[in-house]
Structures are given as structure tokens and as C-alpha cells.
Write a protein that binds this ligand. Structure first.
Ligand SMILES: C[S@@+](CC[C@H](N)C(=O)[O-])C[C@H]1O[C@@H](n2cnc3c(N)ncnc32)[C@H](O)[C@@H]1O
Length: 230
């Protein structure tokens, strides 16, 4: 399968597909962090004229994420940046590729373009981290998490409201991201989690039906037991 991983400097998703025998290429304005097939330049350069079986895109979220949208009020420059970011997202979703996944946090895409297909969490894919991540899918099944692979968080009292909540390593007790300020903070926050990259490659890489059936089995059985009890 020919896989284009657009807006990826880390090589994480690219290498997960390569490890499973696919012909995957990452693309970013930045160089790749890990050696591997990478185009440094705009992903838009790769959308016409080449055949891709699957496109996975991680466009920048700075002007799209709910966490930053409050800064748009009374700021026409920022509003224009949001519109530009949305236009980029539309181009990626409309690319002439049979199967497409686009990833972004909760934010403007869901209201301006279309509702996301699903929201996933890294801890459901074996990672010690919390980060609500939306996926917009075209001709792809929803990613399915294996419940036995869930990373359990630590239970703490949220100092803001006294409630008991579950937190992971990337969070403070009050739920904020705990990475200290640094020049690479945005990179450290935006790198795709390995567990999610592995699930994408396992479930979207051709062995899809079998992988999804295997992963979904425990959940389906639970629901069947439930309905029998009632
Ligand atoms: C939120 S980060 C995604 C990082 C990704 N999850 C990873 O693991 O590498 C967004 C990336 O999009 C890249 N980018 C922005 N505009 C682009 C374009 N036109 N073509 C390709 N990459 C672009 C940025 O350089 C940035 O690295």
C-alpha cells in the first residue's frame, strides 16, 4: 500500500506502516527526525499526479484548537489565520485519495468543516498520556482500542474542585499539560503517540478486517452479556 503521511516530521506513523511492509512516505516543511523516506516541502506538492492508497494528515492546530480560539475574539489577523488553516484542512480532506484520515484536537474543524468521525485518547492505546484527539475519516473504519491495552492513570484530587479524577504522566493534578516551556515544547506536544501510530498501521494497513475483528471482540462480548442480563 502507498501511504502518504502529511505534516509529519517525527516519522512515527510512516515507520509504523513501513514496519508492516508498506511503502510509506512522510512529508513536512521540516526535516524528518528519524531517517526514512521523507519529502521536505508542502504536502500539497504531493497530492496531484501521484497515486496514494491512503493519506494520513496531521495539519497544524495552532489556529484551530479550542484551547486557542478564545484569542480570536477582536483579533482579525488571528481570525484570518484560522480561515487559512481551515482552507488547508479542506484541501487535505478533498485530496483525490481513496482513504483519508485527518487528525486534530477538538476545535474549529468540527464546526466549520464537519463533525469528526471519532475522538480517541492515547491512554486507550497503551500510552501514559491524555490528549483528546479527533479523527476525520474517509473510507476507513473507526480505530478500535483493545480494552486490555488501556494505560491506567493515577487517581488524584483535582485541586480546583476537590473531585477525584484520573490523570496521566503528561498532566498535572489539575489536568494542565505539565511540559515546561521550551523552544521545542510544541514539537514534544504534537508528536504522534506510538500506540496510536501502531493502531493505524495495524487496522488501516490492509489487514483491516481481521485486526478490527480481533480488537473489537472483547467489547462486542461485553455488550452481548449486558443485553442477555437485561
Ligand atoms: C501538529 S504538527 C504534527 C506533527 C506530527 N504529529 C508528527 O508526529 O510529526 C503539524 C506539522 O505540520 C507541518 N506543516 C505545516 N504546513 C505544512 C505543509 N503545507 N506541508 C507539510 N507540512 C506542513 C508543520 O511543519 C508541523 O510539523
Amino acid at each position: 500500500m502507498r501511504v502518504l503521511v502529511g505534516c509529519e516530521y517525527s516519522g512515527t506513523v510512516r515507520d509504523a506502516f513501513i514496519a508492516r511492509g508498506h511503502d510509506a512516505v512522510s512529508c513536512d516543511l521540516l526535516p524528518t527526525e528519524r531517517p526514512g523516506p521523507h519529502y521536505q516541502g508542502s504536502v500539497l506538492d504531493l497530492l496531484g499526479g501521484q497515486h496514494w492508497d491512503l493519506g494520513i494528515f496531521h495539519p497544524p492546530c495552532t489556529y484551530l484548537t479550542s484551547a486557542g480560539l478564545f484569542r480570536n475574539a477582536g483579533n482579525p489577523e488571528r481570525q484570518a489565520m484560522t480561515e487559512e488553516a481551515l482552507q488547508f484542512v479542506r484541501l487535505l480532506l478533498d485530496a483525490g485519495i481513496e482513504r483519508i484520515a485527518l487528525e486534530n484536537p477538538v476545535g474549529r474543524i468540527g464546526t466549520a468543516v464537519r463533525k469528526s468521525s471519532q475522538t480517541i485518547q492515547p491512554y486507550d492505546f497503551g500510552e501514559d498520556a491524555s490528549k483528546a484527539t479527533c479523527l476525520w475519516l474517509k473510507n476507513l473504519p473507526l480505530l478500535v482500542a483493545d480494552p486490555s491495552n488501556r494505560y491506567p492513570g493515577r487517581w488524584v484530587i483535582d485541586p480546583r474542585n476537590g473531585k477525584t479524577v484520573e490523570r496521566w504522566s503528561n498532566q498535572t493534578d489539575s489536568g494542565q499539560n505539565n511540559l515546561p516551556p521550551s523552544k521545542d515544547r510544541w514539537k514534544d506536544r504534537s508528536r504522534t503517540y506510538q500506540g496510536i501510530a501502531d493502531a493505524m498501521a495495524d487496522q488501516w494497513g490492509g489487514g483491516t478486517v481481521q485486526s478490527v475483528a480481533l480488537h473489537a471482540a472483547p467489547v462486542v462480548r461485553q455488550e452481548a452479556q449486558y443485553s442477555m442480563q437485561f
